[in-house]
Design a protein around this ligand. Structure first.
Ligand SMILES: Nc1ncnc2c1ncn2[C@@H]1O[C@H](COP(=O)(O)OP(=O)(O)OP(=O)(O)O)[C@@H](O)[C@H]1O
Length: 257
């Protein structure tokens, strides 16, 4: 069941009839969803359901086989050639945070946050550094600016990755299991930052196994299984009264863990 399209709030992201296969493996079949401005959408579901692939198609880290993706008014149609200008605009609009941080190990923390601003936005080094320091301070990491990522904890590295994504002024933040590689107590630091962003009205799509985040922070829950959305809507409603047998099985398995 696709997520209902809000008629009152602007949708920052629209995914229409997305399909993707790897060889014979059909990973996504006809996925459609809308992400209203200021909403937090959590995507849950069993391993291999296709959650990360949806996210990676949204900013074209993966090329969809068919369907359409619209982010902040920039539309990419899988069947047509992508204009480089459109691709760059779409990538700027969607900030991505990965499970394994993906920081440059040979650059300082400050350089990790500044370089994309210089490359993507054309900011001067001075401007980029000022913006980076502001964001690092906000993450409680100003004192790490001159360190290399390896000298930072996993939770710190993930907050640096969030600062790097925010520095480009995205319209939507895409999080792909941002706490899965972290110890639970360190993951909490990252979840706190995400909660704060949500409370400030940042539009977010979060693939997660953190059921408490999905229940308490998100306002839209999307349940995926076998390459499709099987259920979506109010998180509390779905968690207390799942309509689909696959959702019931998944939630039971998560709660028994
Ligand atoms: N680059 C790739 N090449 C080939 N197969 C891939 C690739 N990326 C993903 N897949 C396959 O696509 C399917 C969906 O993977 P995906 O990572 O999107 O699932 P997921 O729901 O995010 O799972 P998990 O919760 O385990 O991360 C899996 O069968 C996976 O093996």
């Amino acid at each position: 069941m696709p997520q209902p399209v809000s008629t009152t709030t602007k949708n920052v992201v629209q995914v229409r009839h997305l399909a993707k296969s790897y060889g014979d493996n059909i990973v996504l079949r006809d996925v459609s969803l809308a992400v209203p401005e200021g909403s937090v959408t959590a995507m849950i579901g069993p391993s291999g359901a296709g959650k990360s692939t949806v996210l990676r198609c949204m900013n074209l880290l993966e090329k969809p086989d068919s369907g359409e993706i619209e982010i902040d008014g920039h539309t990419i149609n899988a069947g047509r050639k992508i204009a480089p200008k459109n691709l760059a605009a779409l990538r700027r609009s969607a900030g991505m945070v990965f499970q394994h941080f993906n920081l440059f190990p040979h650059m300082t923390v400050l350089r990790n946050v500044s370089l994309p601003q210089e490359r993507v936005l054309g900011r001067s080094k001075e401007e980029a550094n000022t913006k980076s320091m502001e964001l690092l301070a906000r993450m409680g990491l100003a004192d790490k600016a001159d360190c290399y990522p390896a000298r930072c904890s996993g939770g710190q590295q993930q907050r640096i990755a969030i600062a790097r994504a925010l520095a480009l002024g995205p319209r939507v933040m895409l999080f792909d299991e941002p706490t899965s590689a972290l110890d639970p107590e360190v993951g909490v630091e990252v979840l706190e930052v995400m909660k704060e962003l949500a409370s400030e009205g940042m539009t977010m799509v979060v693939v997660t196994h953190e059921m408490s985040f999905a229940a308490n922070v998100s306002n839209e829950l999307v349940v995926m299984a076998d390459g499709g959305i099987i259920e979506s809507g109010d998180p509390h409603q779905i968690m207390s009264d799942p309509q689909h047998e696959r959702t019931r099985r998944f939630l039971r398995a998560v709660l028994e863990r």
